[in-house]
Write a protein that binds this ligand. Structure first.
Ligand SMILES: [Zn+2]
Ligand SMILES: [Zn+2]
Length: 169
């Protein structure tokens, strides 16, 4: 994405106050965008993509759908560096964000499950056939994570596009 002020390119940077979006011509150009604002603007415009793909349940061997969202992937279309910050906007095992809350309320196979590995309950995909946990959350920490499986086919895996206002109430 081009800088609003000159010919520079806007990049995601990490400074002493956390993440921010700044121009490649810094310090000549001091244009910055608050990354929270940026995320809000993009998601208000684009909505949040929920991705779905099918995998074989490790327990019953039947096929089950699993769901994920990848905000950073959506944002990386505008600012490439978002790709590299997989956990900048995403769930971890201790917190629950608005998108996760939406998924828990709207997708029956996403449930709060106890994981021995994690030692706590957290929202997870479960098998639609036998109910077992399909792995740590939907996305990042799995060896067979969404990124590895889908690669460039992610766009074909959009299950639903949810408007910003429906999720961030
Ligand atoms: Zn600039
Ligand atoms: Zn199963």
């Amino acid at each position: 994405m081009k800088c609003t002020n000159d010919e520079g390119v806007l990049k995601l940077k990490h400074g002493s106050y956390g993440y921010f979006i700044g121009c490649t011509n810094f310090p000549k150009c001091k244009t910055t965008i608050n990354s929270k604002e940026f995320i809000k603007n993009i998601l208000s415009k684009e909505g949040v993509n929920i991705y779905c793909w099918k995998r074989e349940c490790w327990k019953c061997k039947e096929t089950t759908p699993v769901y994920a969202y990848l905000i950073n992937y959506q944002l990386s279309k505008y600012i490439k560096e978002f790709e590299q910050f997989g956990d900048l906007f995403g769930p971890d095992h201790s917190s629950e964000d608005e998108i996760t809350t939406w998924m828990l309320a709207n997708i029956p196979s996403i449930k709060k499950m106890y994981s021995k590995t994690v030692g706590a309950k957290y929202p997870a995909n479960t098998c639609v056939n036998c109910g077992v946990l399909q792995g740590a959350f939907m996305i990042f920490s799995e060896p067979d994570s969404l990124f590895c499986i889908l690669g460039d086919h992610l766009e074909d895996m959009v299950w639903k596009n949810i408007s910003y206002n429906e999720i961030f109430k």
